[in-house]
Design a protein around this ligand. Structure first.
Ligand code: IMP
Length: 425
């Protein structure tokens, strides 16, 4: 398979875990490039459901190498717990799971600051973060005070940490929150460092060597385009570049080494956390989508907000990521909807928007312009060929591809590996 970046084209939770698991069959290496354990990738194999937060979704195919790249922020304690969970299911990670020595470390004070800042924000300004410390950890990275895995394994770790703990406790005091205990952190992280050490590697060299040897790489994006710190619904975003561009800076692989971009997109839209969501449905249909789609956050368990397919968002995601193919998921969730709606544009203050406005307050006031299509009112979850889809379902999928100008690569009609129609991927 060509070197592929796989990104979420909406607000995350598009079903990337499943698509990655399916595509991983054809690759040699799977690489995470941004985010942290705010992500939750669900993989269903047989009757077993696995939720991964940091470990790449390729881990369940035993001959694949999995890498956590330099662009990821990693809580080593959470990582070791996750690895233990994977090993408990009989999966061997030795020699095939690596963490970048350049990846930044998430500490308890990052989580404490994340939670304290959220508590300080007034209603309507809360981001609804996962409270995993992601924003403060990336903040330290760009402020050039972050500690990386190379530092975690270094003998001067405790000394470097001490400065950061002092500064963090100052911030926490300013936010009216409890301080963190330096000694406890040193002990906990020394222990985690000893366990994580065999996995730490210069992944920039590791990945580039694989590229030079002609191995095929799948770059696994987390979250989604509308949560990208540059292109998303700022400030209601996460703190990394979730888009295809992040795959280069988050791994050290040059842009011309990447052959194609696959955008994962749900046949409707969801969002977890706060912030604008133009096609949100706060009615019976929204509740039905949530119920049928089991729309609960894989990391926090929060119910996801549900709404119609937003082609404005999808077109924008196709543009900023250069999406070559859609991997469209959860079509079956719409099986019992009489009329399906697609937002083709927005209107706000008498102005029509064909693309996503930069200002979050404008986006929050936008009302969608809908195009309606008949539903199919038939079960699609057992369909294995495009030609066997109900005509109305096929028309809906084709219309989504037409409006967004992107070809269909894969269609998913259920959570298991088998309910996947590989069209061009
Ligand atoms: P943070 O990444 O924890 O700082 O949260 C920032 C925003 O991104 C919040 O609205 C979260 O709900 C959202 N978010 C973070 N990770 C995910 C994810 O994996 N799926 C969906 N939303 C996410």
């Amino acid at each position: 398979m060509p070197n592929t970046v796989l990104i979420g084209a909406q607000w995350g939770d598009e079903g990337k875990g499943k698509v990655i698991d399916v595509l991983t069959e054809d690759v040699d290496m799977v690489v995470r490039y941004q985010g942290g354990n705010n992500a939750g990738h669900t993989v269903k194999i047989g009757d077993d459901t696995h939720v991964l937060h940091l470990v790449p979704s390729g881990i369940f195919r035993k001959d694949k190498v999995c890498v956590i790249g330099n662009g990821v922020v990693v809580d080593p304690v959470a990582l070791m717990e996750e690895i233990q969970g994977v090993q408990d299911k009989g999966v061997d990670v030795a020699g095939r799971l690596f963490v970048s020595d350049r990846a930044h470390v998430v500490f308890p004070y990052h989580r404490a600051i994340d939670a304290a800042r959220e508590a300080m924000r007034s209603e309507g300004r809360k981001i609804g973060t996962t409270k995993r410390g992601i924003g403060p950890a990336y903040g330290d990275k760009v402020s050039r005070i972050g500690l990386r895995f190379a530092d975690l394994l270094d003998e001067r770790f405790a000394e470097r940490l001490s400065l950061n703990v002092r500064e963090a406790n100052g911030i926490l005091a300013g936010l009216g929150a409890d301080s963190v205990n330096e000694r406890e952190i040193v002990e906990q992280y020394r222990d985690a460092a000893a366990r994580v050490a065999p996995l730490v590697a210069d992944t920039v060299v590791l990945i580039n060597r694989a590229v030079s040897e002609g191995k095929s790489i799948l770059f696994e994006g987390a979250q989604g385009t509308m949560l990208d710190v540059d292109f998303g619904s700022y400030p209601f975003v996460t703190s990394s570049n979730t888009g295809a561009g992040g795959a280069c800076s988050g791994t050290g692989v040059a842009p011309h080494r990447i052959d194609r971009v696959v955008g994962v997109i749900k046949a409707y839209t969801t969002r977890v956390g706060e912030g604008p969501f133009p096609t949100e449905l706060r009615d019976e249909i929204g509740a039905l989508l949530g119920r049928e789609g089991h729309e609960f956050g894989a990391t926090t368990g929060r119910p996801r907000r549900c709404g119609w397919f937003d082609a404005v968002v999808a077109r924008y995601a196709a543009m900023v990521n250069g999406v070559d193919f859609w991997a469209m998921t959860k079509l079956d969730v719409l099986d019992h909807v009489e009329t399906v709606r697609i937002a083709v544009a927005y209107e706000c203050d008498g102005k029509r928007y064909e693309t996503v406005p930069a200002h979050g307050d404008v986006l929050a006031r936008c009302t969608p312009v809908y195009e309606d299509m008949p539903g199919w009112l038939e079960t699609t979850s057992s369909v294995t060929r495009m030609d066997d889809l109900p005509a109305a379902a096929r028309a809906y999928v084709n219309r989504l591809c037409e409006i967004t100008g992107v070809k269909l690569g894969l269609l998913s009609v259920g959570p298991s590996r088998d309910s996947t129609l590989r069209v061009e991927l």
